[in-house]
Design a protein around this ligand. Structure first.
Ligand code: GBH
Length: 474
């Protein structure tokens, strides 16, 4: 089917329109109000870890400018704002909770509610307290229990006003890019630690879902970055096996424990082949905790992955294996030989291919593959492109606007084919600290001038807002 410019009439009543950010990418105030180092503050001090030597120290100063940022959300007409709380601002180590840190989020939530915007809270978007990393980080099982304690403290203060709770954003990145590939904080390249980290994120998720449920939370979920693993040559068994492996390490190693209560057997075999026994990491009873029912699944999707088991032709650059100009050791533990040939589609400034139909396909396919799939929310989708700032100050970003509208259309198509998708959050509200890429890549629908911190709604922000402007009030 095809749809013209999408409007709210293509979506079910009550569909949530929002935008997303993450604490370490926007807040700044990295050492104010009792906040201590996160792994990203520490990682930024490692020479060449982050492009241009950028750091999250100031970011877009949201910590001081949150009221103005809420006003921008209101101007855009957003239903909801997805943000994360910073563990290192709230409970930096094994000490007491930091009241000042909790107060910041409390004021943010009050402002959002006052503006009629639903707060959608993520407890963890990659910024582990450095003090917890020094105790072993996510490779240490104790971190899961520390996380539950932190989560409980946040819920105690915000549970009366925040209705939607996400435990983790993209544990793939935190575990496998952080502890396997080493391109994200804490920058470790230890395959065993990476798989331990995967499991301990799962355990922390399950412990937290169970605890917050006991305390009365009603909308609990988790967000994964999911992909379509597409064999470069669907007739080649080597490429088919590569696609199976990629699907295993990016999708099923996250979905299956939570939605089916088991790790995928083929992934366990691949790991055993490189000497990593899941059975030694997973304790009795863990999977029961991990598979506690959730109320929604958040999906972040930016691009498909065409994958091969063959080496690339000489001279070809594999964007998956280079980040910030550095060779990347693979995050795909046990499957490090995977390569990612191009199928020649247009690409964003991240070098990620543009293929909106992949999103439709992903959303529809998940419902077929997981019979007990909870309702879905697109918790991130968006694109990095260069903006054109005109002399009158207007910010033109036609490619980003087209990207967003095409992907919103793909969501509508998926819904028409039966996918139970209930919301779409664009990444990101603001230009921000793009992790290892520093301030070099802009994802915002609102431009931030990094010299003055001035905000300007881009054309893409107006185009996005036009999709749902005029929807009936709930
Ligand atoms: C999201 O992650 C983040 O949640 C957000 O904070 C970030 O700003 C935004 O996207 C834009 O980057 O094959 O090893 O190269 C990004 C999702 C998923 C992108 C995995 C890179 C390929 C991993 N990422 N993907 S690899």
């Amino acid at each position: 089917m095809s749809l013209d410019t999408p409007t709210f009439t293509s979506f079910p009543p009550g569909f949530i329109w929002g935008s997303a950010t993450a604490a370490a990418q926007i807040e700044g105030a990295a050492h104010e109000g009792g906040k201590e180092d996160s792994v990203w503050d520490a990682f930024a001090r490692v020479p060449n870890a982050i492009i241009n030597g950028d750091t999250p120290e100031v970011a877009v100063d949201h910590y001081h400018r949150f009221a103005g940022d809420v006003a921008i959300m209101k101007e855009l007409g957003l239903d909801s704002y997805r943000f994360s709380t910073s563990w290192s601002r709230i409970k930096p180590g094994d000490r007491e909770f930091n009241r000042t840190g909790l107060d910041f989020y409390s004021r943010l939530v009050d402002d959002l509610l006052e503006a009629g915007i639903l707060p959608w809270l993520t407890l963890y978007h990659w910024d582990l307290p450095q003090a917890v990393e020094e105790l072993g980080g996510w490779a240490n099982r104790d971190t899961a229990f520390r996380f539950r304690d932190y989560a409980e403290g946040v819920y105690a203060v915000l549970g009366d006003r925040v209705g939607h709770w996400t435990t983790f954003n993209e544990p793939f990145c935190s575990a496998l890019l952080g502890y396997g590939a080493g391109v994200h904080a804490p920058g470790r390249r230890e395959p065993l630690a990476a798989i331990q980290a995967v499991h301990h994120h799962h355990l922390a998720h399950g412990l937290t879902v169970n605890r917050l449920r006991e305390l009365g939370a009603q909308n609990l979920g988790v967000t994964y970055n999911l992909t379509n693993a597409i064999p470069a040559d669907a007739a080649d068994p080597v490429d088919l096996d590569a696609a199976r492996r990629l699907d295993g390490m990016m999708n099923r190693i996250f979905l299956d424990p939570v939605l089916r209560g088991a790790y995928p057997a083929d992934v366990a075999d691949d790991l055993a082949a490189v000497g990593i026994q899941l059975s030694e990491i997973v304790h009795d009873g863990d999977l029961e905790i991990i598979s506690a029912p959730i109320d929604f699944l958040g999906i972040n999707h930016y691009h498909d992955d065409v994958v091969s088991g063959h080496p690339l032709e000489a001279g070809a650059i594999d964007p998956h294996l280079v980040e910030n100009g550095r060779p990347l050791s693979s995050p795909f533990v046990g499957s490090e030989f995977l390569t990612f040939p191009s199928r020649g589609l247009p690409r964003t400034a991240m070098d990620w291919e543009v293929h909106p139909d992949g999103l439709r396909h992903l959303l529809v396919r998940l419902g077929h593959e997981y019979p007990n799939l909870p309702p879905l929310y697109m918790t991130e989708n968006g694109a990095a492109y260069d903006d054109v700032v005109s002399p009158d100050g207007a910010v033109h970003d036609p490619e980003r606007a087209a990207f967003i509208l095409a992907h919103v259309t793909a969501v509508a198509e998926a819904i028409a084919e039966g996918a139970d998708v209930r919301g779409y959050f664009v990444w990101s509200l603001l230009d921000n600290f793009e992790w290892a890429w520093g301030y070099d890549k802009r994802f915002g629908i609102v431009r931030v001038d990094y010299d003055t911190q001035e905000r300007t709604i881009k054309d893409s922000g107006r185009a996005f807002a036009a999709v749902f402007a005029g929807r009936p009030a709930e």
